[in-house]
Design a protein around this ligand. Structure first.
Ligand code: NAD
Length: 496
């Protein structure tokens, strides 16, 4: 183990390049989900803290210390930030595992992914080109892409450090200033990345972080008229509240929300591949993944065989304390969340579902005090059951049979969500035909959980709108400005 002390520090926000306490000195405890131990605290932000951070971001944006730097210089600083993240990779991974309960191997992956995001977007800084049109009367129209201004970035708790890179990379590369609000459950790694950004040479006021409760800090960001865009990732109901708050001030919002993504397996699929893929689709990150394949739709002819194989695969996943290097699944984020996950399972059972593996929290050593729930498979679930319709956001999957393509499509589209879908078949034409008919922003064919940085990510229906990742993310955070240069001499319209 390395020391994570450096990144614990005094509880505080990062505003104007320095750590500052909450305006009223308030703090919130930080719990290790694997042990239940409180090991740190964060500042409990207030609306006054948000005002201060937004003012700092606005001042930085206006004076051009970042927004008007040449793109290549912004890119150089973001590349330096990525290098610092890689230099501190082990400390950051341990901090993340302590804060989230993620297996240490997954946390290492997430830290590298965060660096990767800053590297990718560093390369795009200053490369957003507009258009030029020669108009009548000698006028010249230039459409340029300029940074939007101050961006409020609100993140959930499931991939905290990765979220800091996923939003921070494109927001900063495009020349904006930002106020980032991580989840109160998982703020430490975002504060660490902001501190490394300052070390990398990012000017003060460009990357502010305000920690604290969602409704207080997140609400103040959403309702702030001087925040030009809010980029929100989180639950659907919260996102809708954020959108209402944005509507009150008439400012932009982008929403990445929940999901209930289908994995569709046809009888001709190679089950040696499809079964572990379907298991990974749901159980990765303890099932706390917005695009988790939480509904497996299986052709009836192979249903029983599939359930049996999936049950065996799920039961063999190594649930262990997250610092154990063999851990494949760690702890859920909190006791409250675990109770919700378990509540969904118990309600499903009451509605007639059959638990083929899992279904009870783990409490014996080495899990005592922590929030551990095993991979859980539910069969005999009907499409009208709540557990088929609603996001559980835990290691719980339902398996439902279908007879033909039409039924597979109907079942896939039978929820309010539309974030991701995965189709498995040896017949590529069929897989593409079925995939094309699914309401989804992200479609995998004979693969799952692949999130290349180049691929714009986001949903349809109640999964939100707007796209992150790839070139699309840069467009999110810029505005088009039309500049018309006069050609022929201006004629006085009032002259008679
Ligand atoms: P959440 O909606 O409770 O919180 C998300 C963030 O919003 C947190 O920082 C929270 O503090 C803040 N918040 C809470 N109330 C707020 C309010 N009234 N105004 C403004 N901000 C507020 O979500 P969560 O429990 O942290 O994360 C889980 C959810 O996030 C799941 O539904 C999951 O599907 C979704 N998610 C979606 C994506 C995606 O890309 N579509 C990615 C990850 C997670």
């Amino acid at each position: 183990m390395v020391s994570i002390e450096r990144f614990l520090g005094e509880p505080g926000h990062i505003i104007d390049g320095v750590r500052v306490a909450a305006s009223d000195g308030g703090t919130l405890p930080v719990e290790d989900p694997a042990t239940g131990e409180v090991f740190a605290s964060i500042a409990a932000g207030t609306p006054a803290d948000v005002d201060r951070a937004v003012a700092s971001a606005r001042a930085a944006f206006r004076d051009g210390r970042w927004s008007r730097l040449p793109g290549i210089e912004r890119g150089r600083i973001l590349t330096r930030l990525a290098a610092l993240i890689r230099d501190h990779a082990e400390e950051l991974a341990e901090l993340e595992t302590r804060d989230t309960g993620h297996p240490i191997g997954d946390a290492r992956f997430d830290v590298a992914d965060t660096a990767h995001h800053f590297e990718y977007y560093a390369g795009l800084a200053g490369k957003s080109v507009g258009q030029a049109h020669q108009l009548a009367n000698g006028q010249l129209l230039n459409v340029v892409h300029v940074p939007a201004g101050v961006v409020g970035a609100i993140n959930p708790w499931n991939f905290p450090i990765a979220g800091a890179g996923l939003k921070g990379g494109p927001i900063l590369a495009s020349g904006n200033s930002m106020v980032m609000k991580p989840s109160n459950l998982t703020s430490l790694s975002t504060l660490a990345v902001a501190e490394l950004a300052i070390e990398a040479g990012l000017p003060p006021g460009v990357f502010n972080v305000v920690t604290g409760s969602g409704s207080v800090v997140g609400g103040a960001i959403a309702r702030h008229p001087d925040v030009d865009i809010v980029s929100f990732t989180g639950g659907t109901e919260t996102g809708m509240q954020v959108m209402r708050d944005r509507a009150d001030v008439g400012r932009r919002v982008q929403l990445e929300l929940g999901g209930k993504s289908p994995t569709i397996v046809f009888e001709d699929a190679d089950l040696d591949e499809a079964v572990p893929a379907a298991a990974f689709g749901i159980f990765m990150n303890q099932g706390q993944n917005c695009s988790a394949g939480s509904r497996i739709l299986v052709q009836a002819s192979i249903h029983d065989r599939f359930v049996e194989a999936l049950t065996a695969r799920a039961a063999a996943i190594r649930v262990l304390p997250p610092f154990d290097p063999r851990a494949q699944q760690g702890a859920l984020i909190s006791g409250e969340h675990l109770a919700k996950v378990d509540g969904w399972v118990q309600r499903a059972v009451a509605d007639g579902a059959r638990v083929t593996t899992g279904g009870r929290r783990l409490t014996d050593a080495p899990f005592a005090g922590g929030h551990f729930y095993p991979p859980t498979v539910l069969a005999d679930v009907t499409p009208d059951a709540a557990v088929f319709q609603e996001e559980v956001f835990g290691p719980v999957v339902v398996v439902v049979p279908f007879t033909d393509e039409a039924e597979a499509i109907a079942l896939a589209n039978a929820t309010r969500y539309g974030l991701a879908a995965s189709v498995w078949s040896a017949d590529i034409r069929r897989a593409m035909r079925v995939g094309a008919a699914i309401d989804t922003g992200f479609l995998w064919i004979n693969t799952i959980n692949s999130h290349p940085i180049e691929a714009p990510f986001g949903g349809v229906k109640d999964s939100g709108f707007g796209r992150e990742e790839g070139l699309a993310a840069i467009e999110n955070y810029m505005v088009q400005r039309s500049i018309i240069v006069g050609g022929d001499r201006f004629v006085d319209p009032y002259a008679d």
